[in-house]
Ligand binder design. Structure first.
Ligand SMILES: [Zn+2]
Length: 304
């Protein structure tokens, strides 16, 4: 996930216990203190907001055929409407395709003959199933859900609280279950790996055992639990510096067909590596002009 993760105002209705909610919001403030209005950070934040609103309101999709992969982390209970609106808006521009189609376009096995989007979710939070899944089904969109396999169905509150406090997810973390993932997989959505423990692969690559467990181990675990192939992985934190050649080699030798990053850019047939597929973050609580800005623009793919 990127550092640019914005602090939402939203709360999840599952947090119906007031003391849990107070504790949660206190933790959230500690994790991401809001910048003072007059501080440099506050001014920078407002300028960035205004820039994205203006540029996004004027943004139009590329005139040439394109394939742009977008990803989110959460769809909170009070963001169902904005998530539906975001997808409906993008559907007026282009067609959503699954991860296999992305691979076919990238390899030149399928022509890039129109505007296409792919959507995926990182981290495996429970709101992916509760809130995103029904809307994706309603709109006929097949997504890919990248999950840290050891954390699926986890109730390890200490680990999850620590994870959340580091700002991975701004609300108390609850994870999807294997049963839910099986249901979504049976409905045609992809389930991919996000390592076993949400590991930074550039760090764990110092240990070949740990690297194999995070990359190949998560693939085996997902295939075992789903009874279906796990063909794709997205690497946690997503930037080029969170990955290295050793980790790329491990991804390839583990048998993955494709690997998604969080590096901005469009998929470029013949140029984009299937082991460093670019994606742009677009959270459902962001204003629509901001989403349009990120969905319609993208820097050239960085080299891996
Ligand atoms: Zn992640």
């Amino acid at each position: 996930m990127l550092e640019s993760f914005r602090k939402p105002k939203y709360r999840d209705s599952r947090m119906d216990n007031p003391s849990e909610q107070r504790w949660a919001m206190r933790q959230l403030d500690m994790a991401t203190p809001p910048p003072s209005v007059f501080s440099k950070a506050g001014i920078r934040h407002r300028l960035r907001d205004s820039y994205l609103t203006v540029r996004g309101s004027m943004a139009s999709p590329p005139s040439k055929p394109f394939l742009h992969c977008l990803y989110l982390h959460s769809v909170y209970d009070d963001c169902r409407g904005s998530f539906r609106k975001m997808l409906s808006d993008l559907q007026t521009v282009g067609q959503f395709v699954d991860a296999d189609s992305v691979l076919q376009v990238l390899n030149g096995d399928r022509p890039l003959d129109g505007p296409y989007f792919h959507i995926s979710f990182d981290d495996g939070f429970d709101n992916n199933y509760r809130n995103a899944f029904p809307i994706l089904e309603e709109l006929g969109i097949k997504a890919t859900f990248f999950v840290p396999s050891r954390l699926v169905g986890s109730t390890d509150s200490e680990f999850l609280a620590a994870w959340w406090t580091r700002g991975i997810d701004p609300l108390p973390t609850r994870m999807m279950s294997w049963e839910w993932l099986r249901e979504m997989n049976a409905a045609g959505h992809g389930v991919g790996s996000h390592t076993r423990n949400h590991a930074r692969l550039s760090d764990v690559s110092r240990s070949s055992t740990q690297l194999a467990e995070e990359v190949g181990g998560s693939k085996c675990e997902i295939e075992d639990k789903l009874g279906a192939a796990c063909r794709f992985i997205s690497w946690p934190y997503g930037t080029n510096s969170d990955m290295n050649e050793r980790a790329f080699a491990e991804v390839e030798s583990a048998g993955y067909d494709g690997c998604f990053s969080a590096v901005r850019g469009f998929v470029e047939p013949g140029r984009t590596s299937r082991f460093a597929i670019p994606r742009d973050q677009t959270e459902s609580f962001w204003p629509l002009p901001h989403i349009r800005y990120f969905a319609f623009t993208g820097t050239a793919t960085e080299g891996r």
